[in-house]
Design a protein around this ligand. Structure first.
Ligand code: 13P
Ligand code: SF4
Length: 311
């Protein structure tokens, strides 16, 4: 004989949040139930800033591993937990620290600007970190006579070269979600939605960015749809962001940009590893915990701090 015990998972999470004096930080690509429970939902830069300023004892990071690592680097004394520690990132995976170290050693005179989508070990080998919302500013802060290595996203790198007019040596990484969007599929969609504006994340491939009406980080895309008068938008980024767009402007239409095949590739498989159940379990068990050794924490902090000071 067994008894079925049903719990209200949202209530349990909120109760645990009180008991732990925890803050739940979530990225826009998390499933909508997690976004709705979070204390703060934002893009990578906003989440890093929130992590840097929180007075909570415990940071529950509903995002991917490199984001939770960043929160830990900014809060070495705090407990930082993540619902699923295997939630990785294709960009981060494309840039293993030993290869990045070699890349730097081959170009000793270059300044290494590294996108936040990388491991703590790669951050520790970088001069300054950036996100898609502050990258232009970070690049412009580097004296014009200095050469720049930009890693690991080649699409963001190419886009920034155009925006800033700076030549940069690029690492050849891509995001498995954003590289799925094609100009061809989007043009086809425009036949049925001729008035829709295309908004795109700069991790998209060059031909998609070339036809975009607006390009920006997730938060910048969200602000754009709030401020723009159009009623229809094709959204070329991970579909999770549409939850906040619909909440902000329920009368507007948001069409997910179609991936090149019929798969659900406009969902990030890493971000979607986190579920409400895993969020509850990680808070109940206070694990998986992000742990980094002291030396790595100290080294990785320096380029993140430089970014925050410039942002
Ligand atoms: P932002 O939220 O900073 O735009 O980053 C998008 C992303 O791909 C995170 O992995
Ligand atoms: Fe990484 Fe792309 Fe997923 Fe963002 S959407 S976490 S860049 S794999």
């Amino acid at each position: 004989m067994y008894f079925e015990v049903s719990i209200n998972i949202e209530e349990e999470i909120l109760q645990l949040k009180k008991e732990l004096n925890a803050v739940i930080l979530a990225h826009y690509y998390q499933e909508s139930e997690i976004q709705d429970l979070a204390d703060f939902v934002g893009d990578s830069l906003e989440l890093a800033k929130k992590a840097a300023s929180t007075s909570a004892d415990v940071i529950v990071f509903a995002g991917v591993h490199f984001m939770a690592e960043t929160a830990k680097i900014l809060n070495p004394e705090k407990l930082v937990i993540i619902p699923d520690e295997t939630a990785g990132c294709s960009l981060s995976d494309s840039c293993p620290a030993p290869l990045f170290k070699q890349f730097r050693e081959e170009h000793p005179e270059y300044v290494a600007i590294t996108y936040i989508n990388c491991s703590a070990a790669v951050k520790a080998l970088s001069d300054i970190i950036c996100t898609s919302s502050n990258a232009e500013k970070i690049i412009n802060s580097v004296p014009k006579d200095k050469k720049i290595l930009f890693s690991p996203d080649r699409n963001l790198g190419k886009y920034l070269m155009k925006k800033t007019g700076r030549e940069m040596l690029l690492w050849e990484g891509t995001c498995i979600v954003h590289e799925q969007f094609t100009d061809k599929k989007i043009q086809q969609l425009k036949f049925t939605h001729p008035n829709a504006l295309l908004i795109a994340h700069p991790e998209c491939e060059e031909p998609v960015l070339a036809i975009a009406d607006f390009i920006g980080s997730t938060s910048k895309l969200l602000n754009f749809i709030k401020e723009n008068n159009s009623n229809e938008f094709i959204v070329a980024t991970e579909v999770g962001i549409i939850h906040q767009m619909q909440k902000a402007c329920p009368q507007k239409l948001f069409i997910p940009a179609p991936p090149d095949s019929n798969c659900a590739c406009n969902e990030c498989p890493h971000m979607k590893k986190n579920t409400l159940e895993k969020l509850f379990l990680c808070m109940r068990d206070k694990k998986p915990e992000i742990k980094l050794d002291k030396e790595l924490l100290e080294k990785a902090y320096i380029p993140i701090k430089r970014m925050l000071d410039l942002s």
